[in-house]
Design a protein around this ligand. Structure first.
Ligand code: DOR
Ligand code: ZN
Length: 336
C-alpha cells in the first residue's frame, strides 16, 4: 500500500453546474485540495464569482473535506483598490493570453501592458499562474513564451510565478534560472508525445493545449521529475469535455482525473522513485504556496483494474488500459 499525506492537484479544470458535479468527486477521492482553474463561462474574475465557485466545488466534493484553490482569471483592468481588498482571500491570479486555449477569449490581449498589475501583485504577494504560450506555430508556442517568463521574473523578483503545464526542454531548463519561478507538469505531458496523439489514427482524447511534444521534450520533463526538483509540483490539467465536443468540435483538453494517482504511482514505481511521490504531489506545493490543506491521507492499494471507456459523456485518457494501483474508497460502480 502507498499512503500519501494530503495529496494536491495543483492544476485542474472542473467547469460548472452538472459537469462540475460529475468530475469533482474524481479529484476529491484522490486529492485533498486542488487548484481549480477560473476559465469558466463567464470566467471567475471577481470576488463574488470566486466565492460562489469555491462553494460549488466544496459542495460537490462533500462529504470529503476538500480545499479548492482558485486563482482569479486575469483581467487587464484590475485596479489596486480591488486587488488590495480581495488579496487576503485570494490564492493567486491566472494569466491566459487571449485565445490560446479553451475559454480564454476574454484573456489578456496585450501582455506587454500588464506590468502595472504585476507590480500590484508583487506588492500584495499574490502568486501569478501562467498559461505560457504565444500565438505562434503550435509546437513552438511555449518555447517562444520563455522570454516572457524571463522578463517577468527579472522585473518582479519577489513575484512568485508558476509556469503551468510545462512541456518543453527549454521550459524545464529555465526552471532553475530564477528563484521566483516554479512549474507544474501534467500526467499526459510526462507520459506521452505528439505521436501518441497523431502518429497513428488520430486520438482526439490526447488533444490538449499546450500540444503534446517530442520524445526529447518528454525526456526533459521526466528527468526533472526523477531528479525530485523542489520547485516542481504535480498539476494534472485534467480538462473534461464531452465525447461529442472532443470528436466534432476539436475541444482541447485531456480528462485524466480518474486515473491520476494510479498512473503516477505506476510511473514512480517503474522508475524506482516511489519515495519521491509524496514531495511531488504535496510537499513542494504546500511549501511553495504556503497552503494548509485538510488533514486527510489517501491510500493506493495494489489491485488491477481496467479504465472504463467513459464516465457519463466523458472519455478519460487511458480508457481500456489495465492499471495496477487502485485508490482506496474510489467508486467501483463506475467500472461497470
Ligand atoms: O487542453 C487544455 N484544456 N488546455 C488548457 O489550457 C485549458 C483546458 C480546458 O479548459 O479545456
Ligand atoms: Zn489548464
Amino acid at each position: 500500500m502507498i499512503t500519501l499525506d494530503r495529496p494536491l492537484d495543483m492544476h485542474v479544470h472542473v467547469r460548472q453546474d452538472e459537469m462540475l458535479r460529475r468530475v469533482v468527486p474524481h479529484t476529491a477521492q484522490q486529492f485533498v485540495g486542488a487548484v481549480c482553474m477560473p476559465n469558466t463561462l463567464p470566467p471567475v474574475d471577481n470576488l463574488e464569482r470566486y466565492e460562489a465557485y469555491v462553494e460549488e466545488v466544496k459542495a460537490a466534493a462533500a462529504p470529503l473535506s476538500f480545499d479548492p484553490y482558485v486563482p482569479l482569471f486575469f483581467r487587464d483592468d484590475f485596479t489596486r483598490e480591488e486587488l488590495s481588498a480581495w488579496a487576503p482571500k485570494l490564492f493567486g491570479i491566472k494569466l491566459y493570453p487571449a485565445g490560446v486555449t479553451t475559454n480564454s477569449d476574454s484573456g489578456v490581449g496585450e501582455i506587454e501592458k500588464i506590468e502595472p498589475i504585476l507590480q500590484i501583485m508583487q506588492d500584495l504577494d499574490l502568486p501569478l499562474l501562467v498559461h505560457g504560450e504565444t500565438h505562434g506555430y503550435s509546437p513552438d508556442r511555449e518555447r517562444e513564451f520563455v522570454a516572457v517568463y524571463d522578463r517577468f521574473a527579472t522585473t518582479f523578483p519577489k513575484l512568485r510565478i508558476t509556469m503551468e503545464h510545462i512541456t518543453t526542454r527549454e521550459a524545464a531548463e529555465f526552471l532553475g534560472k530564477h528563484e521566483n519561478v516554479f512549474a507544474t507538469i501534467t500526467l499526459h505531458h510526462m507520459l506521452w508525445t505528439m505521436d501518441d496523439m497523431l502518429g497513428g489514427p488520430f486520438n482526439p482524447f490526447l488533444f490538449c493545449k499546450p500540444i503534446l511534444k517530442s520524445p526529447d521534450d518528454r525526456a526533459a520533463l521526466q528527468d526533472l521529475v526523477k531528479q525530485g526538483h523542489d520547485k516542481l509540483m504535480f498539476g494534472s490539467d485534467s480538462a473534461p469535455h464531452t465525447e461529442v465536443a472532443k470528436r466534432t468540435e476539436g475541444a482541447a483538453g485531456c480528462y485524466s482525473a480518474p486515473v491520476l494517482l494510479p498512473c503516477l504511482a505506476q510511473f514512480f514505481e517503474d522508475q524506482g522513485i516511489l519515495d519521491q511521490l509524496q514531495a511531488y504531489v504535496s510537499d513542494n506545493a504546500r511549501r511553495i504556496y504556503r497552503v494548509d490543506p485538510p488533514q486527510r491521507s489517501v491510500n493506493l492499494v495494489e489491485k488491477e483494474w481496467t479504465v472504463p471507456p467513459r464516465y457519463g459523456s466523458i472519455v478519460p485518457v487511458n480508457a481500456g488500459a489495465t492499471l495496477r494501483w487502485w485508490v482506496e474508497g474510489a467508486n467501483e460502480a463506475e467500472l461497470d
